[in-house]
Ligand binder design. Structure first.
Ligand code: 5GP
Ligand code: MN
Ligand code: MN
Length: 397
């Protein structure tokens, strides 16, 4: 890997696949090529710099499909994404404040899952729950079928690499930044429709290169049902992040003795499907671990728990289907990372950052991810960097 972007951007890896990834595992490339071979891809699949192996379709890929959708190409965490707020405070305002108390305050205010803790807090989410109930009613769907406690899942972070951070940009301005999706209820919806698509393909005797590439065809009842629930789950994810951000704002307001004045708010899904126009056709565009990057559009690209994150604006790159990476992208599997890194190494990587010092996060060591600097070099034609953030507080799911 030379890191010179003219070597790689973009590389045609299949008749209908372009890649922006200079770091790409052979298996990941093969998986993307396989997806790009599905007959309804139009105009081509776009592989992002952070690409890595996923279920059925690659994480870090943009999959445009004509009159069909592959539910696994949206990802199982429907609507997963990032929210960020630029506050009025600077590093100087934070100096001498108790960041540990802020972290534990956030941990208490935002539970990892629905449960008795969230029951205590749910009042603040009532309006959002109502909004989601109304949406479900309008589309005659019943989320309780998937998760009886879905209302309690709203305002919960989830586990793994979902996170909440307080960060500083290069002007020393304080930011709030978080990553989460549609929680258990979205996961159940995704799994259900992947299974329905598999059943449909089996009945039609469609030969699939991978069962998880099963698809639903536009015009069928199954397609319509998926779309309704997909949209609901995307909305759940958006409101879930908004609810958590409100609680984080409350916590920092308490620490600073004043309300947050948001100067910029950015919210973007990175696992979702929308109808968009590309290369002369209206297609279903699934971004699975990718963000929309139309010209001037704001986006968020996090690095890892111990490295920089970026607030960007899209360049509207046509070949990428106006898309950009959604992070650094995992390089070592969770089990490999757990063997590779020690708690002491994680401590060193997290020097100066207020976080929960535990061996539970070894698989989240920055070294488990691709080099975010290389990802940003690869993405140079896709986005322009506006703010570079480094975290001072990290809360992990
Ligand atoms: P995914 O949505 O595919 O689960 O992960 C999104 C991206 O978030 C990862 O590729 C990684 O680059 C980034 N990431 C994971 N954990 C953290 C974290 O604790 N803090 C920050 N800033 N980024 C993270
Ligand atoms: Mn995500
Ligand atoms: Mn997620």
């Amino acid at each position: 890997m030379s890191g010179r972007k003219e070597d790689v951007v973009p590389e045609k890896i299949a008749p209908k696949a372009l890649s922006w990834a200079s770091v790409l595992e052979e298996k990941t490339r093969a998986q993307a090529v396989q997806t790009a071979g599905m007959p309804f891809i139009h105009p081509h699949l776009a592989l992002m710099p952070d690409a890595h192996l996923g279920k059925g379709a690659t994480v870090g890929s943009v999959i445009p499909t004509d009159r069909a959708i592959i539910p696994a190409a949206v990802g199982v965490d429907i609507g997963c994404g990032m929210d960020a707020v630029r506050t009025q405070w600077t590093a100087e305002d934070l100096a001498g404040r108790d960041l540990r108390a802020l972290r534990t305050g956030i941990e208490r205010a935002v539970p990892l899952s629905a449960g008795k803790d969230n029951r205590r807090l749910i009042d603040s989410a009532a309006a959002r729950v109502e909004q989601l109930e109304r949406l479900a009613g309008e589309h005659q769907l019943d989320p309780a079928r998937y998760a009886a406690n879905w209302t309690l899942q709203l305002g919960s972070l989830g586990s793994g690499n979902h996170f909440i951070e307080v960060s500083l940009d290069t002007d020393d301005r304080v930011w709030l930044f978080l990553h989460s999706g549609s929680r258990g209820v979205g996961n159940k919806i995704a799994s259900q429709h992947i299974a329905v698509a598999q059943e449909q393909c089996r009945r039609q005797r469609v030969e699939l290169p991978d069962r998880d590439l099963a698809y639903l065809v536009e015009g069928t009842a199954e397609f319509d049902a998926y779309l309704r629930e997909l949209r609901w789950a995307q909305e759940f994810a958006r409101l879930n992040r908004a609810e958590m951000m409100d609680r984080v704002r409350q916590q920092i307001a308490r620490l600073m003795g004043a309300e947050v004045e948001a100067e910029l708010e950015v919210s973007c899904h990175h696992n979702y499907t929308e109808q968009e126009e590309h290369f002369g056709r209206r297609v279903w565009l699934s971004r699975k671990g990718a963000i929309s990057a139309r010209k001037g559009e704001w986006g968020l690209i996090p690095g890892s728990m111990g490295t920089r994150s970026y607030v960007v604006r899209g360049k509207g790159n046509r070949d990428s289907l106006c898309s950009a990476p959604h992070g650094a992208g995992r390089m070592h599997s969770r089990s490999a990372a757990r063997k590779r890194f020690t708690q002491q190494q994680l401590r060193e990587a997290m020097a100066g950052i207020e976080y929960r010092d535990t061996d539970a996060f070894l698989d989240e060591h920055p070294g488990a991810y691709k080099d975010i600097d290389q990802v940003m070099v690869d993405a140079a034609d896709l986005v322009e960097v506006v703010h570079e953030l480094r975290q001072v507080v990290n809360v992990k799911g």
